[in-house]
Design a protein around this ligand. Structure first.
Ligand code: S3P
Length: 451
């Protein structure tokens, strides 16, 4: 298995194509849903078949971790993944450290799973993951009875002492985080009684939808503090078939590329359209984007559709803080769209961007400045002054082990007057292994650079 840290960096540059982007592509499977499918498959009794699993580095780490704890997981020649699970509470102590690579979602959700299993285990990851805060997850899991020993600041490497007698909690999320909500719900699966998470702001609900798909009763009750999401522990869950929709967070790159390369007409098929994930599409449409949703349908409880995107001159808008959870992974590429738009775009409430795979707020400001685009940060708000057409470009951007920085600035290069290079394309493997070939197939000009 490849991993960014041990692979030599692979510089890559993008330049404006001479002809518009055209064609139809399917983005890779949804990363959030892929992690959850492997975990729930591993906790179910019997066989789970997963169609369209994202075969990216992050998800492969989760597969390896679940295998290390006793789940049988194999990929068929037909591309379908089959998981034979151990039942709720049935995982076994892993013989070695779980190296989660770059996978924040994989690590935090699995910490929830193992917190209520009576064994010890150890998590580590790459330099990016080792710098990310984990206390947001370990704190509520400690309230349920697990213990953790981490590095300073709640960082990996980290040891988990799982509890044999977990207690259910009702926990109000201090940050809008689906990872924290999911870790608690997954811990609640092996906890007698009712575990409740109160979310003041709605976050992605893939864990809830997939648990329901596996037959678990999830109760969602509105309250003055926010939705109360509850699970009653120790249900019997049996294997199911899961169809993973295309990842809207990966679709975001060809979508913005099609909008900013003049004359483009691109269809992105089978995109997950869960309303808690579509903030970017709503925002781009408010900016005037020509995006039409065709063939809407529901697959495994998740809404899906095909998006036809035609190049448009965008206009700056104000993006409210309340929209952040539904597009938290998309601000980097939105900033690229905003750089090409007329007028200024103000994005509010971006504090969580500082604790992603890198400090993305800083990365946006520095990257835009390097490409000749004016932007400023004021507290948790970002203002991008659009160029009303192609930005100057002509920069080399540091990827910082962050797949989304890499892809966003390649999209910038497709729109800009001078090429934009990234110092390392290998992190793209974490979420979108076919990025280069799919984008090139649409007509994008991506060029390998010498190190
Ligand atoms: C995710 C939740 C989000 C998102 C991440 C995937 C998930 O993180 O940024 O890429 O699958 O639950 P937070 O929970 O930290 O907001």
């Amino acid at each position: 298995m490849s991993r960014p840290e041990t692979m030599p960096p692979r510089p890559l540059a993008a330049r404006a194509p001479t002809t518009p982007l055209r064609g139809t592509i399917r983005p890779p499977g949804d990363k959030s849903i892929s992690h959850r499918a492997l975990m729930l498959g591993g906790l179910a009794v019997g066989e789970t078949t997963i169609h369209g699993l994202l075969e990216g580095e992050d998800v492969l780490r989760t597969a390896a971790a679940m295998r290390a704890m006793g789940a049988e997981i194999a990929r068929g020649d037909d591309g379908v993944w089959r998981v034979h699970g151990r039942g709720i509470g049935g995982l076994a102590e892993p013989a070695d450290v779980l190296d989660m690579g770059n996978a924040g979602t994989g690590s935090r959700l699995l910490m929830g799973v193992v917190a209520t299993h009576p064994f010890n285990c150890f998590f580590t990851g790459d330099a990016s993951l080792r710098s990310r805060p984990m206390a947001r997850v370990t704190k509520p899991l400690e309230m349920m009875g697990a213990r953790f020993i981490s590095r300073d600041g709640g960082r990996l490497p980290l040891a988990v002492v799982g509890t044999a007698s977990p207690v259910p909690i009702a926990y109000k999320l201090p940050v809008a985080s689906a990872q924290v909500k999911s870790a608690i719900i997954l811990a609640g699966l092996n906890t007698r009684g009712r575990t409740t998470v109160i979310e003041p702001e709605p976050t992605r609900d893939h864990t809830e939808l997939m648990l329901r798909h596996f037959g678990v009763e999830i109760v969602v009750e509105p309250s003055p503090e926010g939705d109360r999401v509850s699970v009653t522990g120790q249900p019997e869950i049996t294997g199911k078939t899961v169809r993973v929709p295309g990842d809207p967070s990966s679709a975001a790159f060809p979508i913005v590329a099609a909008l900013v390369v003049p004359g483009s007409d691109v269809t992105v098929r089978d995109v997950g359209l869960n309303p808690r994930r579509t903030g970017l599409i709503d925002t781009l449409i408010e900016m005037g984007a020509d995006i039409r949703v065709e063939n809407r349908r529901v697959e495994a409880g998740e809404p899906v559709g095909d998006l036809r995107v035609q190049a448009t001159t965008l206009g700056g808008i104000e993006v409210p803080a309340a929209r952040a959870p539904s597009m938290i992974d998309e601000y980097l590429v939105l900033a690229v769209a905003a750089a090409c738009a007329r007028g200024k775009t103000v994005m509010r409430g971006l504090s969580e961007l500082r604790v992603k795979e890198s400090d993305r707020l800083a990365a946006i400001a520095q990257g835009l400045a390097a490409c000749g685009v004016k932007a400023e940060i004021d507290g948790d708000d970002l203002t991008v002054h659009g160029c009303g057409g192609p930005p100057p470009g002509g920069a080399t951007i540091a990827t910082r082990l962050d797949h989304r920085i890499a892809m966003s600035y390649l999209v910038m290069g497709l729109a800009a007057r001078a090429p934009v290079a990234i110092d390392d394309a290998t992190p793209i493997e974490t979420s979108f292994p076919a990025f280069e070939s799919l984008m090139t197939g649409l007509g994008a000009r991506l060029e390998r650079r010498n190190r």
